[in-house]
Design a protein around this ligand. Structure first.
Ligand code: SF4
Length: 392
């Protein structure tokens, strides 16, 4: 086997301790792993709008807990590239947690449109308001206190405590699970392996620079130890990696077979009057709760409810079918359009199309595009965002 194939994870690596999982070997190995990864992070840390670089950190610059929290919430369902412009917009518009807490619900929901997983936007507001009410607008500084805030789960609490306050927490997301599963060649499939991976990740944590350690692991998982093509030739941890040594880096983590997403079906109606589109606000709880949307029938596994369409205003014409992938199911919507001479007596917000395009979640942008014969290129938007998976 060539050196190149060994270095890219397809062959055996250099000599390492095979017994990294044994208690006797773990402590010295963990300190070597920590030192190697932190050195790498000092050289290779990504430049992210919410990040204080390792150099700046050493020079005494403290991260803004608000910025750290905001970025972590945004990043839970999307990539750094997609989240960055949203982050900049939010920070310009609401530069402090107190400013965000004072935002109107609808205003924040509109700004969140396109980030997916809208329950997070609602939780964002609830958390900001709790920080103001309970802590005078100052983020509490420990994992336990952060966890007590509404909408802050174990991952976010651990990440904010580590990055913003340098607490030695165990920050484990999918990226970290992947890195750890490869380092230790964990053969139990996910999700059953989660507790084991969490315990192994905890064994690697030290007291030195916990915030940088958490971010270094994230960077390694995002840019080097990637899901399909781990770049072991660039990896600072190749000397300690059992999956690399075995030449099977890309095979980890093992996963239990996935069950297919269920399919739901429904109808969606675009009402057009005097060049404006009728938008309706969705109920505050549940799927896309509180967001603006187009009128739709219930979404279910069975046939769509045509009686709903009959009871809706206007003469409807079919405009095709769209599909959209949510976290837990796939949605198929039959799209209809009705051009109205007079506005019906329904609780709708009549909105120019280019404005509607900005505030609608992806699934409804997609339906609007279908009803209007294509994306609205005049608004400068890219139209509906493909089939990116969207949360509830
Ligand atoms: S940690 Fe990932 S990238 Fe690094 S050597 Fe192991 S498998 Fe390769």
């Amino acid at each position: 086997m060539s050196a190149a194939s060994a270095r890219d994870g397809s062959g055996r690596g250099r000599g390492i301790s095979r017994s990294i999982e044994s208690p006797a070997a773990r402590a010295p190995q963990a300190s070597a792993v920590r030192a190697a990864l932190l050195d790498w992070y000092d050289r290779e840390a990504r430049d992210l709008p919410w990040r204080v670089s390792p150099l700046a950190r050493r020079q005494g610059v403290q991260p803004d807990p608000y910025a750290v929290w905001l970025s972590e919430v945004m990043l839970q369902q999307t990539t750094t590239v997609h989240a960055a412009p949203y982050f900049r917009t939010f920070m310009a518009r609401w530069p402090t947690v107190s400013a965000l807490a004072a935002a109107a619900d609808g205003e924040l929901m509109a700004a969140w449109a396109g980030l997916g997983y809208y329950a997070r936007a609602r939780n964002l507001l609830a958390c900001a308001r709790a920080v103001v009410e309970r802590h005078g607008g100052v983020f509490p500084g420990t994992e336990a206190q952060l966890l007590a805030l509404p909408g802050v789960g174990p991952y976010t609490a651990a990440a904010v405590a580590a990055i913003a306050f340098d607490e030695a927490t165990n920050v484990v997301d999918g990226n970290v699970e992947r890195v750890v599963s490869r380092l230790f060649a964990v053969q139990t499939p996910l999700p059953a392996a989660k507790p084991r991976l969490r315990a192994l990740a905890a064994d690697l944590i030290g007291d030195e620079r916990p915030g940088d350690w958490a971010q270094a692991l994230m960077d390694l998982g995002a840019g080097v130890c990637t899901p399909r093509s781990p770049q072991c030739g660039r990896c600072p941890l190749d000397f300690a990696c059992l999956a690399f040594e075995a030449g099977r880096a890309a095979a980890f983590p093992f996963r239990a077979p996935k069950s297919a997403r269920p399919l739901r079906r429904g109808l969606v109606l675009t009402l057009v009057s005097s060049g404006e589109v009728g938008l309706v606000r969705r109920p505050p709880r549940g799927l896309l709760g509180g967001m603006m949307g187009l009128p739709t029938s219930p979404w279910s596994a069975g046939d769509p409810d045509l009686a709903w369409l009959d009871a809706s205003p206007g003469a409807k014409r079919p405009c095709g079918l769209i599909r959209h992938v949510f976290t837990h199911f796939e949605l198929e919507l039959r799209v209809f359009r009705a051009d109205l001479d007079a506005r019906p007596a329904i609780d709708a917000q009549w909105t120019p199309r280019h404005e509607a395009q900005k505030i609608l979640p992806s699934v409804f942008r997609k339906a609007l595009d279908a009803a209007m014969g294509g994306p609205d290129l005049s608004s400068g938007g890219a139209g509906a965002s493909g089939n990116r998976s969207e949360g509830l």
